[in-house]
Design a protein around this ligand. Structure first.
Ligand SMILES: [Zn+2]
Ligand SMILES: [Zn+2]
Length: 355
């Protein structure tokens, strides 16, 4: 079968591999669609980051591995000891592989697992015709949820965790920085969880429009005017209760400070690659809190799928640009997303089948 192998930065190759077969406790999934994640782009641009260069402590795998972790498909074969699933089932796959045995896993804090592995990074993923996955990673799709929509369960689960960790209460005033896929999903999750108004800051006009179409109260270009004063004027001087930083650059964290009010919380969901400066005096005097949120735990993946199934979060408008075939993934996927026009895309979905 064909698979995209991550060797190192700017070196991803389509190769032919033997079709994998499921061992005990595993299922073989025929991949329908798999999204290209921001983390895949990072891996291509400046990896290796998530892909291990020496054997991973849980899976024993290191580069090259098959990439791709935001995927849906159909079960074609099940190994021994799998119950509740059968060939023909439509599924979405949670790509995280907690060990369920370490101190953190025993407390349900699976994302903090000391040997956490992830499909598409430290175990083979789904930029391939088939993926073999552990039974605990399978989630059945309701009939009305399409395979394309289901690929959003993974990034949406990150948004669900971010909102849960923020401690947001109903009626909160929220700001989201960055209207890429994670920002747009976080914005909708905050609204679904009772935010009274959500203001979005984003430099790309097309993404600002998308944010408004998906329910943002208003959207602004952070380079224009004085964003802090603008938000103060819209919130009776109080500014935001919660700022979700989904842009991941140094200036975004400073912007988050100017947009957030007394006793507010800044949720760090973007990943600045360099150390950043932050005015801790403001944090102290206004008793602000900064919380990092990374990934999700198993329940949050199910919540994400429920949000998609109920229509509380809409993915279709985010699937703006491209659906491409696995054969074209390097040129029309990774090169397009890392090129000068990369920001014009929002999410690219890849299929090993026909586009
Ligand atoms: Zn992802
Ligand atoms: Zn663990």
């Amino acid at each position: 079968m064909k698979a995209l192998r991550y060797y190192k930065q700017k070196d991803f190759r389509i190769e032919t591999l033997a079709e994998p077969s499921p061992g005990p406790g595993e299922a073989k999934v025929k991949v329908k669609w798999c999204g290209i994640c921001g983390s895949d782009i990072q891996e291509y641009r400046s990896g290796p980051q998530m892909v291990p260069t020496k054997p991973h402590p849980q899976t024993g795998m290191s580069a090259p591995v098959t990439g791709g972790h935001e995927f849906s498909g159909e079960i074609t074969e099940i190994g021994e000891d799998i119950t509740g699933f059968a060939p023909g089932d439509r599924v979405v796959v949670r790509p995280t592989l907690p060990c369920y045995q370490c101190h953190y896993c025993r407390q349900g804090r699976f994302i903090q697992c000391v040997v956490l592995a992830t499909l598409g990074a430290s175990s083979n993923g789904a930029f391939a015709e088939y993926a073999v996955v552990r039974g605990d990673c399978l989630y059945k799709l309701p009939d009305h949820v399409s395979f394309e929509q289901a690929t959003y369960a993974e990034p949406l689960a990150c948004a669900v965790r971010g909102v849960e960790r923020s401690g947001m209460v109903a009626g909160a005033t929220v700001v989201v920085l960055g209207a890429g896929p994670i920002g747009l999903l976080t914005m909708q999750t905050a609204l679904a969880c009772g935010a009274s108004r959500v203001f979005v800051f984003e430099t790309v006009e097309r993404r600002r429009k998308l944010a408004e179409e998906l329910g943002a109260t208003a959207s602004f270009d952070p380079r224009e005017g004085n964003p802090g004063k603008l938000i103060a004027s819209l919130t009776e001087g109080r500014r935001a209760d919660i700022v979700f930083e989904c842009a991941g650059n140094a200036s975004a964290l400073l912007l988050a400070d100017s947009l957030s009010g007394r006793g507010s919380t800044i949720l760090q969901m973007g990943v600045p690659s360099e150390p950043v400066e932050f005015p801790f005096y403001n944090l102290f005097m206004r008793e602000k809190t900064i919380i990092a949120s990374q990934g999700y735990v198993n329940d949050q993946f199910q919540t994400a799928l429920d949000f998609i199934a109920s229509g509380k979060v809409r993915c279709d408008p985010i699937m703006t640009s491209a659906k491409i075939s696995l054969d074209d993934i390097v040129a029309k996927g990774f090169e397009a997303l890392t090129g000068s026009k990369g920001h014009q895309h929002c999410k690219i979905l890849v299929t090993p089948g026909m586009v």
